[in-house]
Design a protein around this ligand. Structure first.
Ligand code: SER
Length: 316
């Protein structure tokens, strides 16, 4: 029987991944953890400061955890306001989770990486699986280092750590915090409320993105794949779709023709400029059968429909 621990369970991905794991493994077998509990949480929750090794180790051993999903991280934009703190939190939590997983015989660990590992001098279109990683942000540096630590723990100790480089994740169930791709979630909230959206990126800034449902399915499929299929032990490139603020605006306008947008680029523009426009994820497709389902318009339809329900703009 599997016993699952999720760190960072109150975050954008954590909220949705926790529900998916509860559905798969049973509500009692999934322990969600974070430094604070999310609203209306349903299930087993532990307040856990993942920067504290003893607390992580105790939680894993006491609960006889077999799989850990380590989602704690400070993201790209927020991370730049305090670089050393970002590095310390992102790396110390990783060491605590990897090391206590090794010591307690955890069977599998999921470690999310990001398109933020890429930086200057990459091929921006169809960025390949194994380019030089020269990230511009501390978040990206911590993820690039984390990927190498994942590979190290696998090679040295046999700890089965699996990882994908998530594009910007877009979902209606939760809000992101502190990322450069966050605009692509906020824009839908404004659109359903019919409020003008002021975008912090320029209209033509194309970035790789993925709909939440695809991101969760990718995670579950990667973790369920036979061990011998997992050939990349740093992190897999993962692709959903690619679009710019102008294109997402046009997609939303097909549903809400009155919607208005303005552009006020800020420091996040430079971060976005250093990231790929699209991703070559052929290795993930070959090794564990990855295939995204959503494109920009099908995602817009789902986002608008579900956010309208959320804001009680239509009857449920
Ligand atoms: N969504 C993240 C960010 O913008 C990228 O992984 O920081």
């Amino acid at each position: 029987m599997e016993k699952i621990l999720i760190t960072g369970a109150s975050g954008q991905l954590g909220v949705v991944l926790t529900k998916a794991l509860q559905k798969k493994y049973g509500i009692q077998n999934v322990i969600a953890s974070d430094i604070s509990i999310s609203d209306n949480y349903d299930g087993v929750f532990e307040i856990l400061d993942a920067t504290n090794f003893d607390a992580v180790n105790y939680c894993i051993s006491k609960n006889k955890i077999t799989q850990v999903y380590h989602l704690v991280a400070i993201l790209s934009a927020k991370g730049e306001s305090n670089p050393l703190n970002t590095w310390n939190i992102n790396m110390n939590t990783l060491f605590n989770v990897f090391e206590s997983s090794r010591l307690n015989g955890v069977k599998k660990v999921f470690y999310p990486s990001s398109i933020a590992v890429f930086g200057e001098d990459i091929e921006y279109i169809n960025t390949p699986q194994f380019p030089n990683l020269t990230p511009l942000t501390v978040y990206g540096m911590s993820k690039a280092a984390g990927e190498n630590w994942a590979n190290y723990y696998y090679k040295k100790y046999g700890l089965d750590i699996r990882s994908v480089r998530y594009p910007g994740v877009i979902g209606y169930q939760s809000l992101p915090g502190g990322g450069t791709t966050d605009y692509a979630v906020s824009i839908y909230h404004n659109a359903v409320k019919n409020e003008r959206f002021d975008c912090f990126l320029e209209p033509s800034t194309t970035l790789p993105m993925i709909f939440m449902e695809d991101a969760i399915r990718a995670t579950l499929e990667l973790m369920a794949a036979p061990k011998e299929n997992i050939k990349v032990r740093t992190s897999y490139n993962l692709s959903g779709m690619s679009f710019s603020p102008m294109q997402i605006y046009e997609s939303i306008k097909k549903i809400n023709p009155d919607f208005k947008i303005t552009y006020t680029p800020d420091f996040r523009q430079e971060i976005a400029n250093s990231w790929p426009k699209s991703i070559d994820d052929s290795q993930a497709r070959e090794d564990w059968g990855w295939q995204p389902k959503y494109n920009l318009d099908t995602m817009s339809a789902e986002m608008m429909k579900n956010l309208k329900k959320y804001y009680n703009l239509v009857s449920v």
